[in-house]
Design a protein around this ligand. Structure first.
Ligand SMILES: [Cu+2]
Length: 69
């Protein structure tokens, strides 16, 4: 299991938080995700043999939010 912290711009309320959480958790291989609105990040636990950081970031992007590199 791997853990990654993704920095995200564009979240302004609980709805945004829920949208990002749902988007990331829908990626195959993601075991747990916690999106922090105040910290502007997502802490993701995932199985590195099933997915990778690139796919996680793409899910955030597709949901309409910006990943800060
Ligand atoms: Cu919002």
């Amino acid at each position: 299991m791997a853990e990654e912290i993704i920095k995200i711009e564009g979240m302004s309320c609980g709805h945004c938080q829920a949208t990002v959480e749902k988007a990331i958790s829908s990626v195959t291989g993601v075991k747990q995700v916690k999106v922090n609105l105040e910290d502007k990040n997502a802490v993701v636990d995932y199985n590195p043999s099933e997915t990778d950081i690139k796919a996680l970031k793409a899910a955030v992007d597709e949901a309409g939010y910006t990943v800060v590199e």
